[in-house]
Write a protein that binds this ligand. Sequence first.
Ligand SMILES: Nc1ncnc2c1ncn2[C@@H]1O[C@H](COP(=O)(O)OP(=O)(O)OP(=O)(O)O)[C@@H](O)[C@H]1O
Length: 339
Amino acid sequence: MTISIRSVDKKFGRYPALNKVGLEIADGELLALLGPSGSGKTTLLRVIAGLEFPDAGQVLFHDQDVTYASAAARRVGFVFQQYALFKHMTVAKNIAFGLDVRKGKDKPSKVEITRRVADLLRLVELEGLGGRYPSQLSGGQRQRVALSRALAVQPSVLLLDEPFGALDATVRKSLRKELRRVHDATGVTTIFVTHDQEEALDLADRVAILNQGVIEQVGTPAQVHDEPVSPFVCGFVGEANRFEGTVSGGRFAAGAVSLSAGTVADGKAVAFVRPHDLNLAADGFEVRINRVHVQGALAAVDGVTVDGQRIEVTVSRDQADLFTGAVKLSARKAHVYPA
Ligand SMILES: Nc1ncnc2c1ncn2[C@@H]1O[C@H](COP(=O)(O)OP(=O)(O)OP(=O)(O)O)[C@@H](O)[C@H]1O
């Protein structure tokens, strides 16, 4: 199912939650909506679901205008952060629910429903747990049931709103992999809301970054990380050292820090350098090293420039010993924007 969102506006009172939002989602794509709290992610997901209607603009499913169609008519599958499972029903009954409530010729036979539930339990690796009740499952297992239940009705699109938000980091990571595997197995167009950039970059084919109701950039995880189009995207996606300074003749300067500014015009500017884009260089700017801490195969280095700006560097562990006392650093790559 391809989805087109065209110039969608949504206000709550006078507050614009979505402002001229446009987005094209390809058939079978897994897209993450990423942004800070209050940026409009949930509102956009609800507009796509048909749980909220826009003030202006259009939503198209496969070239058909569904802007004001109900959620049921759109055949969307939904997974929320809270496990919205029916407590008094077994796992199997929960998964079968959307099929059980169908009427007439739309309702599959009992045998067919049992087969589909078994397939879905296998898909999310919960075989043998169909007879349990939600209270007898872990948080991660409940979300896998919620995912199966959303998939049972063979939705045209699967929408997930922070589905792993309430789970601990390890379970989140494994469910992320699981969702990707399930997506690849089913091919359902999937839109996933998260405020966790690592989750978005790890999971999605493309990431749409929202800031105050506006989409600032849509791109592959590599594009939004390596070629951020705005200071907001650069600061939000991935780690970065941030400097406020001035561009003059193609160089950015902020106190002791000097960086290539590319084609940015002379004037006030803001610059970002990823910690792994800094390296030792005889003609670099001086940094006094405060601390080196090993993190697995990498080492994180904390330092400070002569005029007191904090600098973070990430290096491979075998280079860590070189970072003692005072060193000189230069940036392999800097992102500079007019301020
Ligand atoms: N029903 C509503 N009534 C009034 N304001 C609302 C309503 N729903 C959302 N808003 C406001 O619209 C803005 C966008 O909210 P939304 O829930 O879409 O953001 P979000 O990016 O999903 O945030 P979070 O990550 O915190 O869930 C927020 O400022 C929010 O307070």
